[in-house]
Design a protein around this ligand. Structure first.
Ligand code: G16
Length: 559
């Protein structure tokens, strides 16, 4: 009887969300993305997937409506697993099949078949599903949120909790916290960030050159949700002067248009609203949903040109800081702290990581691994370590501490508090614990990343120039090629080699061979309908030329 009710409910509600004619949806690098007006059926169905995931895991899951760095008219939807990370890849084929179910009948069949296979019982029999919903500031967001709610309501016993307009990392963080039995509100998020930031600031060593380090940072909010959130948070922060621009207020400009982390990192120019007045300032930029962060400085010689400090350099800064704290914690001391806390520190990058950054990290004795593009891959790899630091060059990244490691660290910190309070060892343990609270443990988070960068620069006594000088990036160029069918390219070896179409890799190799320190790869984007081309070489002209000639090959093979 219950199954029959459920069947009818699904049939009825899905009939209000027909699949748009001629569209196929794929679960890409970060969920479904398309023009927002075409997405109600997809978001409705993602609501169903989220409920089933919640029923399967017996925990709350998240559903975020955003298209992150994409243009304003695009939108998208992604699902967060109970631990706050991206939904398990194992469920992506089902999500994709459901998104493309041609009619209500086939949708219902898919749901019943899948739930049977997964051992999920429908019909509300005592188990409740809970879905935390969030959206960014896109104009289609409100209608899509409604579609998500309808999808959730179409499964008996499911509850939707609308958390409001949020950054993507805030929603992931709330899901994680809720499932740990902790409070999942925005005010708790702001409180945790501001308190851990203060704790780290209080422990900046005396006598470093910290007085020389400017406490001012100018932030481009990409006219998205991040700027407004940062404005709220900054009221709780001491010791830092944050100026926010492009926070999406009336008249400030359009989301991601000539602004934001994706634009600045790919085009290597200053965002709109920044110019000669900012020469020499430490500047940072978020993407539309504030899960990416890169820094830049406007050059004095050419105010359109910038010195880019991308995700690789943020990663390097964090890696040096964490390594230093681990070293202090484990060094022999006369404070009775000789029991070493063995720590496996791992670094995760993608093929887009600048070759100079990977060389630098390896020279520091760090273990570096590459994964394909997409936070879902990097996060999983980083989670295998005690402390795993991952960053994509585009500014997506965070530092993960395993639960087991955190409890050992807490214990060590408690011991030190008894035996040698205030010692260098004790401070190092306190700093590491504070970092684990400041930096988002669920997903890359531009706001918390910004705060950690700022406090680490203070700690190191580093100016922007010191940070830039850490290593010299190899000149690189990224291009987009529009093709008829981007899925015609398949890749292997963390996307560094083309498998299909045959002959393309040979053509790329022959171009690479012409350039000193040449490196180049191509891959289909999972968020835009294009092929991405990345090239690196010993001079900017060479990197440009390599990217251009490989783009021509892509066009020739697939155009
Ligand atoms: C998403 C993913 C990132 C990825 C980016 C670009 O970012 O979360 O991991 O680097 O897409 O992916 P692709 O090259 O496949 O288009 P965002 O900020 O758009 O959510």
């Amino acid at each position: 009887f219950m199954a029959k009710d459920q069947h009818l409910l699904l049939l009825e509600s899905s009939s209000h969300f027909p699949l748009p004619h001629g569209m196929t949806f794929s679960y890409g690098t970060a969920g479904f993305r398309a023009v927002g007006s075409k997405l109600p059926s997809t978001v409705f169905r993602a609501g169903i997937v989220a409920v089933l995931r919640s029923l399967k895991t017996g925990s709350a899951v998240g559903l975020m409506i955003t298209a992150s760095h994409n243009p304003i008219l695009d939108n998208g939807v992604k699902i967060a697993d109970p631990d706050g990370s991206m939904m398990t890849q194992h469920w992506e084929p089902f999500a994709e099949a459901l998104a493309n179910a041609p009619n209500p009948q086939s949708l219902v069949e898919l749901v019943f078949h899948f739930t049977k296979e997964e051992g999920i019982s429908l019909g509300g029999g005592g188990t409740c599903a809970e879905i935390l919903l969030g959206r960014d500031t896109r104009p289609t967001g409100e209608a899509l949120l409604e579609a998500a709610k309808q999808g959730i309501k179409s499964i008996v016993g499911a509850a939707a909790l609308d958390m409001g307009i949020l950054t993507t990392p805030q929603l992931h963080w709330m899901v994680m916290n809720k499932n740990k039995g902790m409070k999942a509100s925005e005010s708790v998020y702001f409180m945790q960030l501001s308190e851990s930031f203060r704790c780290l600031m209080d422990m900046v060593p005396k006598g470093t050159r910290k007085d020389c380090v400017d406490s001012r940072v100018v932030v481009d909010g990409a006219n998205g949700v991040g700027g407004e959130k940062l404005e709220q948070l900054k009221k709780l922060l001491i010791g830092i002067d944050i100026q926010v621009r492009n926070s999406g207020k009336q008249g400030e400009g359009v989301l991601n248009e000539g602004v934001g982390a994706d634009f600045v990192q790919k085009e290597k120019v200053a965002p709109s609203g920044f110019g000669t007045k900012d020469v020499g300032e430490r500047c940072a930029t978020f993407d539309g949903d504030a899960d990416r962060l890169v820094y830049f400085r406007i050059s004095s010689s050419n105010c359109n040109g910038i010195d880019l400090v991308d995700g690789d350099k943020i990663l390097s800064l964090f890696a040096l800081f964490i390594k230093e704290q681990l070293h202090i914690l484990n060094k022999q001391g006369d404070e009775g702290t000789n029991n070493v806390l063995v720590t496996r520190l791992g670094i995760v990058q993608t093929a887009y990581a600048n070759g100079a950054s990977t060389d630098f990290l390896k020279q520091q004795g760090l273990e570096v691994v590459l994964t394909p593009t997409g936070v879902k891959y990097l996060h999983k790899k980083a989670a295998e370590c005690d402390v795993g630091i991952y960053f994509e060059a585009n500014g997506h990244g965070t530092i993960l501490f395993s639960e087991e490691y955190l409890s050992k660290l807490q214990k060590k910190c408690d011991d030190l508090a008894c035996h040698s309070p205030g010692s260098e060892h004790h401070k190092a343990a306190l700093r590491l614990l504070a970092v684990s609270k400041l930096i988002n443990q669920a997903v890359g988070d531009a706001i918390s990343g910004l705060l950690l960068v700022e406090v680490v620069l203070q700690h190191m006594g580093w100016s922007m120039q010191d940070w830039i000088d850490l290593y010299n990036d190899l000149p690189s160029r990224q291009l987009k090629v529009k093709v008829a069918d981007r899925t015609a390219i398949t890749t292997t070896h963390a996307e560094t080699q083309v498998l299909e179409p045959s002959g393309l890799q040979e053509a790329i190799d022959s171009e690479i061979a012409k350039y000193h320190k040449g490196r180049c790869f191509v891959r289909p984007s999972g968020t835009e309908d294009i092929i991405r081309v990345y090239a690196e070489a010993s001079s900017q002209e060479a990197a440009n030329a390599l990217a251009k000639s490989v783009s021509r090959h892509v066009d020739h093979f697939l155009g």
